[in-house]
Design a protein around this ligand. Structure first.
Ligand SMILES: NC(=O)c1ccc[n+]([C@@H]2O[C@H](COP(=O)([O-])OP(=O)(O)OC[C@H]3O[C@@H](n4cnc5c(N)ncnc54)[C@H](OP(=O)(O)O)[C@@H]3O)[C@@H](O)[C@H]2O)c1
Length: 247
C-alpha cells in the first residue's frame, strides 16, 4: 500500500489530493491545524474509501514547536512514507501598496519557513532510506517580483529554490523532488478574486499532479499553457515589468 503524507490538506488542493489518494486505496496521513476539521475529513474519507487507510495528525504550521513532533508522528503512523507533500499555503489580502508584518510574517512562515522545516526532515529520512518522493506546491507568483503581494511571491520563490536544491542534493540517492506551480485553482484562495483565469478545479489539479509525480516529472504546471506564461513572464525585461507587469 502506497503511503502518502500531506501537509496542510484540510481544504482546497490538499483535500482533493487526500481524496484522490484515498480513492486509490493508499495509506493517507493528513497534517492539519484545525482538529475538528481534520477529524471530520478523516472520518469522511474513511467512510467513502473503504480500501484506504486514513489518519490525521494535528499541526499548526505557525507553531514551530508543533512541527517536528507532528512529522515524527506522521511517519511513525505509516512506518515509512513514499510520497511527502507540502501543500499548505497562506495568501493574506493585500492593498497592493502597504506592507503589513501581521500578514507578511505568517505568509513567510507557512509558505516557506515551515516548508523548510518539514521538507528538510523528510529529505534527511529519504536520503538515508535512498528512496521516496518529495513534492512542494509552489507558485508562478514566485517567478517574478510582483507588486500586489511581495511576501507571498518571495516566499514561493524561496520555496522553489529550496526544492531545486533538495532535488540536486538528493538525486544521487534515488530520491525524487517535484515542484508544482499549479496556476490558478478554483479554491478558497481565489474565490471572489478579480483577474483569475484558466482556473483548474481542485480535483482536476490533484489528479494531474498525482499522475505527473508518479511519472517522475520534476517541475510542472497543472495546465501546460501556464508554462508558456511562466516563460514570457521571465523574459519580460525589468524596466518593462516595472511599468506594465501583472499585479
Ligand atoms: N489557489 C490558487 O490559485 C493557487 C495558485 C498557485 C499556488 N497555490 C498554492 O497551492 C497550495 C494549495 O492552495 P489552495 O488553493 O488549496 O488553498 P486553500 O484552499 O486556502 O488551502 C490551504 C491549506 O493550507 C492549510 N494551512 C494554512 N495555514 C496553515 C497552518 N498554519 N497550519 C496548517 N495548515 C495550514 C489550510 O488549512 P485550513 O483548512 O485549516 O484552513 C488549507 O488546508 C498552496 O500552497 C497555495 O499557495 C494556489
Amino acid at each position: 500500500m502506497k503511503r502518502i503524507v500531506l501537509v496542510g490538506a484540510t481544504d482546497g488542493l490538499g483535500k482533493a489530493l487526500a481524496e484522490y489518494y484515498a480513492g486509490q486505496g493508499c495509506w493517507v496521513t493528513i497534517l492539519g491545524r484545525n482538529p475538528a476539521k481534520l477529524d471530520a475529513l478523516v472520518a469522511d474519507l474513511r467512510a467513502r474509501f473503504k480500501t484506504a487507510t486514513v489518519n490525521g495528525v494535528p499541526c499548526d504550521l505557525l507553531n514551530a514547536a508543533e512541527r517536528e513532533p507532528a512529522y515524527r508522528k506522521a511517519i511513525e503512523v505509516t512506518g515509512h512514507c513514499d510520497v511527502f507533500f507540502y501543500v499548505a499555503g497562506l495568501l493574506r489580502p493585500s492593498d497592493g501598496a502597504t506592507n503589513r508584518w501581521e500578514d507578511d510574517g505568517p505568509m513567510v512562515e507557512v509558505n516557506f519557513t515551515a516548508a523548510v522545516h518539514l521538507l528538510g526532515l523528510a529529505a534527511n529520512d529519504f536520503r538515508v532510506a535512498r528512496r521516496g518522493t518529495i513534492v512542494g506546491i509552489s507558485s508562478i507568483a514566485g517567478d517574478r517580483g510582483r507588486k500586489l503581494n511581495p511576501a507571498y511571491g518571495a516566499a514561493k520563490a524561496a520555496l522553489t529554490t529550496f526544492l531545486e536544491a533538495l532535488r540536486n542534493r538528493l538525486a544521487p540517492f534515488g530520491v525524487q523532488v517535484s515542484t508544482v506551480k499549479p496556476g490558478y485553482l478554483s479554491t478558497r484562495m481565489t474565490a471572489g478574486k478579480a483577474g483569475v483565469f484558466w482556473s483548474a478545479p481542485a480535483e482536476v489539479a490533484a489528479r494531474t499532479i498525482a499522475e505527473r509525480v508518479a511519472k517522475g516529472h520534476e517541475v510542472f504546471y497543472v495546465y501546460r499553457r501556464w508554462a508558456l506564461v511562466g516563460l514570457v513572464l521571465k523574459l519580460v525585461p525589468r524596466f518593462l515589468f516595472k511599468r506594465v507587469g501583472p499585479p
